[in-house]
Structures are given as structure tokens and as C-alpha cells.
Design a protein around this ligand. Structure first.
Ligand code: XMP
Length: 509
């Protein structure tokens, strides 16, 4: 396995993705991760990530210098390289200027990390400080016009450093550099794939749960569905899933889920019809945070009441993914908060004294999708766009009523139908309808109308932390607008949201 030490780079998860693309398992741990823990993991190689700090800053991230005595190959990227050079006796020059963007890398030593590469290729730079002199055992292996020491190697100790970022797409052959490090230099075995993962995970769940019961809340999203399938594979009917129908779901969502997970995959799911409870509670509520809190509170109440009916449950299953875990552990820089008050089933374990089973906690989202397909989940569910816990309530500006919910559901279904037909559903991060709190005047068939307005929201994103509004083709927008106005009763105007995040958020509330 490869151990990645997170020095706070926005790209550290990308490094992990790259390693796993070569079917090698890796783990990201924060700066300061103890040397004993490192030894216990028995990594075959260590990657020190980049980061926004200068090694001269007070409290800049570090790792025990004894890692350089372990006899394990080490690759330092950007700040990671500077940390290595500085720690081993070289000199880093401070700079107030940042070098940022594309540069041409001229490789002088086409071996090891650069084996099989072109002698000149494009790389991506993002750094302030740079290396001025090297520790005696190192040589320079590549340079750029602005950065004479752009790559270094100490082949005797198998220490390598790259001032640029091999993990980003902008660096040509960066993936191969990472491959050369993990396969040729560290001699890692290619044994990380979803089939072997599922096999091990099922055995681990069996050992942990034995003949006890697991409760699990399903949201309709891919994470909880895949986690449930994996647990189901291990313990069968001892997995008790609960799906709370809060009435704030998209059109046909519950039925699709029922068909896919119960009929085809035989999951044991209790569908709780709580539509009236949620609608009653939301009556007259217009403040977004009050809506969210109320929905969160009710969800826990309903789930809790249902869970208590299941006797002898010792465990709670959750679909937590690896990025959530990395983020909560990240000591430097990394995005540590998820902006709005998201509710999942947090809070429950403590109250109910349940132990957690989180079988996806080592996986990235695309690995979860792969695993879902492996476990027989249908493609629609596997590729489902994210949907927020509070559901359509936060896409209805103003009061949530049954009538307004129905308008939104119909408009939303039409948007998704057209987005799918245009082949854009998987390409977009999210695409949906928002119902605005205003009415406007229109004219239809010679008659004056005074009806509601729908906003179309479509965004591209890789992690929801930032997002760009999608440049949908005008013909597609025209079709969606026509269909919504003609087919959805109560709507006479459609607008398109052209706000990115930041400054907007993806959802409107
Ligand atoms: P925002 O609107 O904050 O959304 O840009 C970022 C991403 O998170 C989703 N989202 C939620 N997901 N519970 C969830 O499980 C929530 O309360 C929640 N609020 C927003 C949103 O759909 C987008 O993908």
C-alpha cells in the first residue's frame, strides 16, 4: 500500500485517486501522523503531498524526519519535495511570488520516475518557494525555465521530488510518473479492485456483525444503496432498512427505489409513509434554515421510532465515503465543513447505543459506483445525481404545500427527461427545477394568466464545493421551457439560473 501524507494540498485526494487508478491501495493520513503508526501500516511507498504553506512558516505541516530512515521509497510533491529537501539538509529559497500555471519540463534523466517519458513535456506548477540547493545525495532530473530544480532524485535511497503536480490532468504523463513510482520503484502489487474489495468487506461485516441485526436508513442515493447491498450480501435478512417517505421526493422516486432494491435485489426495506407528518410540520414555514432544521428533526424522530421497533439491533449501517473521512481528519487547509447544515442519520448512534458499520469508508465516489454495478444495482441508481436530504422543500421558495410540491415535481421530471434525452444527465453534477415564490403575468391562448415561475438549475462540479453553471444548449432550454409551460398546470414562466458557486450555492435554500 501507498501512504499519502496530507500537507494540505487541494489536490491530495487526486493523488489518492491516481494511485488507485493503478489498482494499488492507498491511504491518506494527516501531517503529524506518528512514526509508529506509519510503521504499523507497512507502506511500500510514501507520498508527501503539496500544500499551501512555506516550510519557513511557523506551524507549517511536518512529519517525523525518521520516515527518511525507514528504507521506504518516498516521493515529495511540491511542498512535500521542499519538506524533504529542507529536512535532509538542502536549502529552500523563500519567494513572495508564486509560479502558477503551465511550464515546459525538460527532463535530463529519463530513468526511474521519468522512465518512458518524452524528454520535454508540459507540467503544471503552483508554488511560491523553490529549491536552491540539494542535499548531497540528490541530483537534478528535470528543470523548467523558471525553476531550474523542478525534479530531483536520490536513487540510492529511492527518494524523489517533483516541484510540479503530476496528479493533475494539466501535467502530461503525470499518471505515468505516479505509476513508475508505485509499480516500478515501490513494487506495489496491483490488487485493489472492487471485486476483491467486496469479497473482503463482506467477510469483515460477517465477522463483526455475526448473527446480530443491522439497521440502516436508505435515502435513495447511491451511497446508502450500495452500503446496504454490501451489508445485505454479508448478513441477508438481518439487515433492516428503513426508508422514510417524507413526501419531498422527486416524481416516482420511491417507486423506482422499491422496484430496484426490493423487487430485484431482495433488500428488506420498511417504507414509512410520513408524508403527512412532514407536510403538516412545514405548513407556514418559509425560512430556509427553519425548514431544514424541522425536516432534520422530524427525520430523526420518524427514523428513531421505526428503528426502535426492530428488536435486537446492535448496529447502524451508514454510507460514509472516504472523502468525508479524509476531510474530517485533515489538519491543514482541506475543506473541513460542508457549508449548510446537512442531515443524514447523525446523532442516532449515540442516542440508540448502536455501533456503526460503514463499509464504504475506504472508497471514493466513482469506486462506489463501480461497486454498485458489481453488486447488481441498476444503472439509473448508480449514476443518480446527488439529491439533498431535505429534498424538494429547499427547492420550493416560500411555503411548501401539496399543490406547490406537485408543480415542482412535474417541472423537475420534465427537466430531467429532457436532460437525459440530450445525453447530459451523467455529465452534469446536478440538474433540477426550483419553484419561485412569485407569480407573473402571461398570455396563453388569448387569455391572461397569472401563474408561477420555475427556475432551471444545472451545474458542473467535481465535489460540490465549487460549481459552474452549465452552458446548456439554447435549443434544449427552449424545449424545457415550452414543455414546462404547456404541460405543468400553474406555471407560465421559466428562467435559467446562471450563477456559479461561489457566490451562489447549488441549492437555492
Ligand atoms: P449547496 O447548495 O450547499 O449544496 O451548494 C452542495 C451539495 O450538497 C447538497 N446538499 C445537501 N445534501 N443534505 C444533503 O444530503 C442537505 O441538507 C443538503 N443541502 C445541500 C446539494 O444538493 C449539493 O449537491
Amino acid at each position: 500500500m501507498i501512504l499519502i501524507i496530507d500537507f494540505g494540498s487541494q489536490f491530495n485526494q487526486l493523488i489518492a485517486r491516481r494511485v488507485r487508478e493503478h489498482e494499488v491501495y492507498c491511504q491518506v493520513e494527516p501531517a503529524g501522523f506518528g512514526i509508529d503508526k506509519i510503521k504499523a501500516l507497512k507502506p511500500e511507498g510514501i507520498i508527501l503531498s503539496g500544500g499551501p504553506s512555506s516550510i519557513y512558516e511557523e506551524n507549517s505541516p511536518t512529519i517525523d524526519a525518521d520516515i527518511f530512515k525507514l528504507g521506504i521509497p518516498i516521493l515529495g510533491i511540491c511542498y512535500g519535495m521542499q519538506f524533504m529537501v529542507h529536512t535532509l539538509g538542502g536549502k529552500i529559497a523563500r519567494s513572495s511570488k508564486r509560479e502558477y500555471g503551465f511550464a515546459t519540463l525538460n527532463i535530463s534523466d529519463e530513468q526511474n520516475l521519468f522512465s518512458g517519458m518524452d524528454s520535454s513535456l508540459q507540467c503544471w506548477m503552483s508554488h511560491g518557494d523553490s529549491t536552491e540547493s540539494l542535499p548531497g545525495t540528490f541530483t537534478v532530473t528535470a528543470s523548467t525555465q523558471n525553476t531550474p530544480i523542478a525534479a530531483i532524485a536520490d536513487t540510492k535511497n529511492n527518494f524523489y521530488g517533483l516541484q510540479f503536480h503530476p496528479e493533475v490532468e494539466h501535467t502530461h504523463q503525470g499518471k505515468e510518473m505516479i505509476r513508475n513510482f508505485i509499480i516500478d520503484i515501490c513494487h506495489c502489487e496491483k490488487n485493489w479492485n472492487m471485486e476483491s474489495f467486496a469479497h473482503t468487506a463482506v467477510q469483515e461485516i460477517k465477522d463483526a456483525v455475526q448473527d446480530k441485526k443491522v439497521i440502516m436508513g436508505l435515502s435513495g442515493g447511491v451511497d446508502s444503496s450500495v452500503a446496504a447491498l454490501l451489508i445485505h450480501k454479508a448478513i441477508g435478512k438481518n439487515l433492516h432498512c428503513i426508508f422514510v417517505d417524507n413526501g419531498l421526493l422527486r416524481k416516482n422516486e420511491k417507486e423506482d427505489l422499491q422496484e430496484s432494491l426490493t423487487t430485484h435485489l431482495d433488500l428488506n426495506i420498511k417504507f414509512v409513509d410520513a408524508r403527512k407528518i412532514f407536510l403538516d410540520a412545514l405548513e407556514g414555514v418559509t425560512d430556509p434554515e427553519v425548514k431544514r432544521k424541522e425536516i432534520g428533526r422530524l427525520f430523526i424522530e420518524v427514523f428513531d421510532a421505526e428503528a426502535k421497533k426492530i428488536e435486537g439491533a446492535d448496529f447502524l449501517g451508514q454510507g460514509t465515503l472516504y472523502p468525508d473521512i479524509i476531510e474530517s481528519k485533515s489538519a491543514f487547509g482541506g475543506p473541513t465543513s460542508i457549508i449548510k447544515s446537512h442531515h443524514n442519520v447523525g446523532g442516532l448512534p449515540e442516542k440508540m447505543k448502536l455501533k456503526l458499520i460503514e463499509p464504504l469508508q475506504l472508497l471514493f465516489k466513482d469506486e462506489v459506483r463501480q461497486l454498485g454495478l458489481e453488486l447488481g444495482l441498476n444503472e439509473d441508481l448508480v449514476w443518480r445525481q446527488p439529491f439533498p436530504g431535505p429534498g424538494l422543500a429547499i427547492r420550493i421558495m416560500g411555503e411548501v404545500s401539496e399543490k406547490r410540491l406537485n408543480i415542482l415535481k412535474e417541472a423537475d421530471a420534465l427537466i430531467l427527461e429532457e436532460i437525459r434525452a440530450a445525453g447530459l444527465y451523467r455529465k452534469l453534477w446536478q440538474s433540477f427545477a426550483v419553484l419561485l415564490p412569485i407569480k407573473s403575468v402571461g398570455v396563453m391562448g388569448d387569455k391572461r394568466t397569472y401563474d408561477s415561475c420555475i427556475a432551471i438549475r444545472a451545474v458542473n462540479s467535481i465535489d460540490a464545493m465549487t460549481a459552474d453553471w452549465a452552458r446548456l444548449p439554447h435549443e434544449l432550454l427552449a424545449r424545457m421551457s415550452n414543455r414546462i409551460i404547456n404541460e405543468v398546470d400553474g406555471v407560465n414562466r421559466v428562467v435559467f439560473d446562471i450563477t456559479s458557486k461561489p457566490p451562489g450555492t447549488i441549492e437555492w435554500e
